[in-house]
Each structure stands twice: as structure tokens, then as C-alpha cells.
Design a binder for this molecule. Structure first.
Ligand code: SAM
Length: 274
């Protein structure tokens, strides 16, 4: 990949997804796009760029393939337990104490990848409601830009690796084991509404209003500061007053937004709409 090819493709990917490949990632981008060139029978990255940018109908389909290959989809059930413990604490204190909000709970897992995050949240909520003998209606919205991971999330069949941090009793209760794979039970699947949503698209946020919780974990790291600000400002608008935002444990709102109040929990921080 020449420097010019890298630059035009990097800018194109940034414009469409907000994902910013720095020059040190040239090789990574080249190896991820190489398969696309092969499959389309194109002989240069420049041709691929022109195909994406000016191609007709087929190029639109190719955008979906591009989103699949430029995204990193690492995830697992019960990832980063301190953040999930904070979620439990907030639920018990503010939503299950008898005086909490009566409207159905709305939770959004933005950038949900193959679904482990939203399904984990559903299991946590179901377990808490059962333990406290309460019934709170809730919907979990789960979105991603990659059609491939969305399909996989909808199938909800997971590898041993995906459930490696899941408690054995929860595995027995919520999954059916088949040939070393774990099929999620329908009750949990039904609680999660999975859709395509591009965080770059300002108009798409309209579908995700009045959220009590937003989990936007481990995706901001792929964005530059301008895109991080845009995403977080949009998310602010999507939350109920005093709603809670959780970002990745290695991510920060420093220099991004002052609109949230940081709340300290053991081993983690959650952000509350101020
Ligand atoms: C590393 S995964 C994080 C999954 C999950 N949130 C977690 O923390 O385990 C990042 C996800 O962000 C998605 N993503 C990247 N850019 C996006 C965008 N512009 N809009 C929506 N999703 C995006 C990727 O497709 C990928 O599935």
C-alpha cells in the first residue's frame, strides 16, 4: 500500500466510521483490506478506493464488508467486573428500592459487537430481579456498525472462550451446551433488541432516547478526539436526566466532556448526566 493509497483510504474510513488509523497502523490496514481486494479481483488499493467511493450499487454492499474488516470486535461475557458491580449497585440503590423510577428501564449497549455485553447486562438484571422478588420491565438496545457481528449477536451461540468468565451456575441456567458451544436461552435473547447503528451518524441517535444506562465500552479508543466528543455529546442527549454512562476502563472523558459527574465505585468510575 503506497502512502497515497493509505491516506485516501484512511480518510475515507474515518469519514464513514470515525475510526482513525494512524500511520503506524498502515500494515494493519493493508492486511485487513487485502482479502477484500482478492475477493473483488482488484489489483491495487487505489482501485479499491475508487470502487468504494464511486462504484455503483455493489460499492454500497462493499461498505458493509469494509465495516466488518476495519472494526475490532474483541468482547466477552462479564467483561470488566468492577463496572458490572457498579451497574448492580446503582440498580439496587436507585431502581429497586421501592421509590425508583416506575417507567420501564432503558439500557443501550452501543458498539455491542457479538452481543456478550448486552446479554451480560440482561442476565445481571434478571438475576437481581429474581433475588429481590421485583419485576421491572426493561429493554436493552444493542447496536453495532458491523453486520457480521450483528448477525452473530442475533444467533447468540457462543464459544467456550466467550463465556470463560461466566459463573458455572449462570452458564447452566442461561445457556444450553451443544458441541462445546453455548447457546443462549430465548428468555435472555428476547430481552435484547439488536440493530445496526453507526455512531458517526448524528441522525441515528434519534432512535435511542431516554436511556437510563448507556454502555459505550472499548470503542472510543478507535476514534480521534473530535469523534469522541461527537459521540459523547450525542449520548448525553440520549440519556434521561441523571442517567448513567459507562465507557471502557482504559478510556476517559478527560478533554472530551465536562457534562457528566464522575461517580466513584470500587475499582471503577461511572458517569452520571449532570
Ligand atoms: C472492541 S468491541 C467492544 C465490544 C463491547 N462494547 C465490549 O466492551 O466488550 C468494539 C465494537 O465497536 C464497533 N464500532 C466501531 N466503530 C463503530 C461505529 N462508528 N459505530 C458503531 N459501532 C462501531 C465495532 O464494530 C466493534 O464491534
Amino acid at each position: 500500500m503506497t502512502r497515497e493509497e493509505f491516506t485516501v483510504l484512511r480518510d475515507f474510513i474515518y469519514e464513514k466510521t470515525g475510526i482513525y488509523f494512524t500511520e503506524t497502523k498502515t500494515y494493519l490496514l493493508e492486511s485487513r483490506l487485502a482479502n477484500r481486494l482478492n475477493e473483488l479481483g482488484l489489483s491495487s488499493f487505489e482501485d479499491y478506493y475508487y470502487h468504494l467511493k464511486y462504484g455503483a450499487e455493489k460499492a454500497r454492499t462493499e461498505l458493509a464488508n469494509l465495516f466488518d474488516v476495519v472494526t475490532t470486535n474483541e468482547t466477552s461475557f462479564f467483561r470488566n467486573p468492577p463496572q458490572l458491580d457498579a451497574f448492580k449497585i446503582i440498580l439496587q440503590k436507585s431502581y429497586m428500592n421501592g421509590s425508583g423510577p416506575v417507567a420501564p428501564l432503558r439500557i443501550w449497549s452501543a458498539a455491542c459487537s457479538t452481543g456478550e455485553e448486552p446479554y451480560t447486562l440482561a442476565i445481571i438484571l434478571m438475576e437481581l430481579m429474581e433475588a429481590r422478588k421485583v419485576n421491572i420491565p426493561f429493554t436493552i438496545f444493542a447496536t453495532d456498525i458491523s453486520s457480521k457481528v450483528i448477525d452473530s449477536a442475533r444467533k447468540a451461540v457462543f464459544s467456550q472462550y466467550s463465556v470463560r468468565n461466566t459463573d458455572a451456575a449462570l452458564k447452566r441456567k442461561y445457556f444450553t451446551e451443544e458441541n462445546n458451544m453455548f447457546r443462549l436461552n430465548d428468555t435472555v435473547k428476547r430481552a435484547v433488541k439488536i440493530d445496526f447503528m453507526n455512531l458517526m451518524d448524528d441522525t441515528a441517535y434519534r432512535m435511542y432516547r431516554q436511556m437510563d444506562f448507556i454502555f459505550c465500552r472499548n470503542v472510543l479508543i478507535y476514534f480521534d478526539e473530535k469523534m469522541k466528543k461527537k459521540v459523547i455529546d450525542n449520548m448525553y442527549e440520549c440519556m434521561k436526566p441523571k442517567g448513567y454512562l459507562t465507557i471502557g476502563h482504559a478510556e476517559s472523558l478527560h478533554n472530551i466532556s465536562r457534562a457528566f459527574k464522575p461517580l466513584v465505585f470500587p475499582g471503577t468510575i461511572a458517569y452520571q448526566k449532570g
